[in-house]
Design a protein around this ligand. Structure first.
Ligand SMILES: Nc1cc(-c2ccc3ccn(Cc4ccc(CN5CCCC5)cc4)c3c2)n[nH]1
Length: 231
């Protein structure tokens, strides 16, 4: 998979060298390229923002640098013929594990990391006529830009790419995989600060353990996220 990231804070993505993705990049599983939006500006001050038409607080990101940068990425011979442009936004579709699984099948993801009050809408509108554009929200809270959301999406997608995670078994029992919250986990010691590990987990009775874990998932989901319960 190729991942392109467009941002005015390219150093924000230095972390990709150390995270789970560091290995993937070394093994060539994931090829990431970070593009500084300001490299596509033409004025002395490398301006990327301007005041919003219609008034309102803050500034909006100008369309031209975005158009230039995205054109360059799409024109790159190493680019896929069917990239997906992911635009983190508070107004986007809620990102979920299901969407992560969809995106893990893609050949190329391009992340448009906005700042200020967002990107001129015409950028998404123009490129929607050429490639798939997916505005995605991380959740119902407002961040300062798209970088944190992009890192979260990249990590959630990256770990689903075959060969990325050391033990593929650990992906089988994914959280939210069966739509329920995960069961609680324990490891040695069996007694810690007077707290025991649930005895069933030490029983070796795998049927009873699986039943207990599913029961724990249902109890937790009912208590914390009843919205996830099947109809
Ligand atoms: N899940 C999630 C994603 C984000 C996110 C993603 C990208 C950007 C780019 C800029 N911002 C800051 C920001 C501040 C204020 C407004 C609201 N304004 C009201 C009127 C015009 C806009 C929007 C946007 C982002 C935020 N936040 N949360």
């Amino acid at each position: 998979m190729r991942i392109d990231i467009v941002t005015i804070f390219p150093e924000f993505f230095d972390t990709l060298d150390v995270s789970l993705l560091g290995k993937a990049r070394q093994t060539g599983l994931i090829d990431t390229r970070v593009h500084d939006l300001r490299d596509a500006t033409t004025d002395k001050h490398r301006t990327v923002d301007d005041t919003p038409y219609g008034g309102g607080a803050g500034m909006v990101m100008k369309p031209e640098p975005w158009g230039e940068t995205l054109d360059t990425i799409l024109a790159d011979p190493d680019s896929s013929s069917v990239p997906v442009l992911i635009v983190p936004s508070p107004a986007g579709e809620q990102f979920t594990q299901a969407i992560a699984k969809e995106l893990a099948e893609e050949e190329q993801l391009i992340f448009a990391c906005g700042r200020y009050e967002g990107i001129d809408q015409r950028v998404s509108d123009h490129f929607a006529s050429r490639i798939r554009v997916r505005p995605l929200s991380l959740g119902d809270y407002v961040l300062n830009g798209g970088e944190v959301a992009s890192l979260a999406i990249i990590e959630a997608v990256g770990r689903l790419i075959p060969g990325m995670v050391g033990n593929p078994e650990s992906l089988v029992e994914e959280s939210h995989e069966d739509g329920l919250l995960e069961y609680p986990s324990y490891t040695k010691p069996a007694l810690w600060r007077e707290l025991e590990v649930p005895p069933v987990l030490l029983s070796g009775n795998h049927g009873a353990i699986a039943a207990w874990r599913h029961e724990q998932q249902l109890e937790r989901t009912t208590r914390i996220r009843p919205d996830l319960l099947p109809e």
